[in-house]
Write a protein that binds this ligand. Structure first.
Ligand code: SF4
Ligand code: SF4
Length: 221
C-alpha cells in the first residue's frame, strides 16, 4: 500500500501537530480497555467471561464478522484500506491498541537501534524506509514506542556501522541476535506450556463442535 501510495504520489506524512494527537489515540483505546478489564470487572466476572461459550468460540465469531460485515463495519474497513494508501500504516500507527501495548513493551525492551552521529552523512535513507516514520536523524538512540524493531533502517544505511542494533552499553550486536532472542523466548514458552499441560485446550472437541453449530446465537456475556 505504501509503495502504491508513493507511486501515485498520494503518500502523505501528517505534520507533527497532527501526528502526535493521532498517535495518542491507540494509547487512549488501550487504557480504556485496561480500565474496563482491570478496574471495572471483578475477578469473578473475568473468570466467568473467560470460560463462557462466547469467549471459547470467539475466533470463529471474528471470522464470521469479517465474512459478513454490517454496512457500517464494511464502510470502516474500506476507509481504513483507502487511507492506508495516503498515510503509511494508518491502522497500526494510530488506532491499534495491541500496537500500543507492544509499543509500551518496546520502551523497556533490551534492544535499541543506535546511530553514530560522527559517521552519519544525513542521506535520510533510514527515515524514508522506516515503516513507523520515526525521525532517526535527530536521535542517537532510537527508544520510542513506535519502533517495531524491523531493522529496515539498519539494512538500508549506506555507511557501515552507522546504524546498529545493540544491547544497552554496547555499540553493536549481531543483527541475528534479535530474531534469535524472539525464537528462543517463543520456544521457551512453548516448552514450559507443554511441560505443565497448558498448551492444549481443556475443552473437548465435541463441546467446541456444539458451540460452532450455534455460533450465530451465542450472546456476549
Ligand atoms: S541512512 Fe545512515 S547515513 Fe543515512 S541518514 Fe540514516 S543513519 Fe545517517
Ligand atoms: S527498526 Fe524499523 S521501526 Fe525501528 S527505527 Fe528502524 S526502520 Fe523504524
Amino acid at each position: 500500500m505504501e509503495k502504491t501510495g508513493r507511486k501515485l504520489k498520494i503518500l502523505w506524512q501528517p505534520p507533527i501537530w497532527l501526528d502526535l494527537p493521532l498517535l495518542s489515540l491507540k494509547y487512549l483505546l488501550l487504557f480504556f480497555f485496561l480500565y474496563l478489564i482491570a478496574w471495572k470487572m471483578t475477578l469473578g466476572q473475568i473468570e466467568s467471561f473467560y470460560t463462557s461459550p462466547y469467549n471459547l468460540a470467539v475466533d470463529a465469531k471474528m471470522l464470521l464478522f469479517f465474512m459478513a460485515p454490517s454496512g457500517l463495519s464494511a464502510g470502516i474497513m474500506i476507509f481504513l484500506v483507502i487511507i492506508s494508501f495516503v498515510i503509511r500504516n494508518f491502522w497500526c500507527r494510530y488506532l491499534c491498541p495491541y500496537g500500543a501495548l507492544l509499543g509500551l513493551l518496546a520502551l523497556v525492551g533490551p534492544f535499541q537501534v543506535k546511530r553514530d552521529q560522527e559517521t552519519c552523512i544525513d542521506c535520510k535513507k533510514c527515515e524514508k524506509t522506516c515503516p513507523a516514520s520515526i525521525s532517526l536523524t535527530t536521535r542517537k538512540t532510537i527508544r520510542t514506542g513506535e519502533c517495531i524493531g524491523c531493522t529496515e533502517c539498519v539494512s538500508v544505511c549506506p555507511v557501515e556501522d552507522c546504524l546498529t542494533l545493540a544491547l544497552p552499553g554496547k555499540k553493536k550486536n549481531s543483527i541475528l541476535l534479535l530474531p534469535a532472542a524472539v525464537l528462543t523466548t517463543f520456544f521457551l514458552f512453548y516448552a514450559v506450556s507443554l511441560g505443565t499441560g497448558h498448551w492444549y485446550s481443556e475443552v473437548p472437541p465435541e463441546v467446541m463442535k456444539k458451540f460452532y453449530s450455534i455460533i450465530a446465537e451465542l450472546p456476549h456475556p
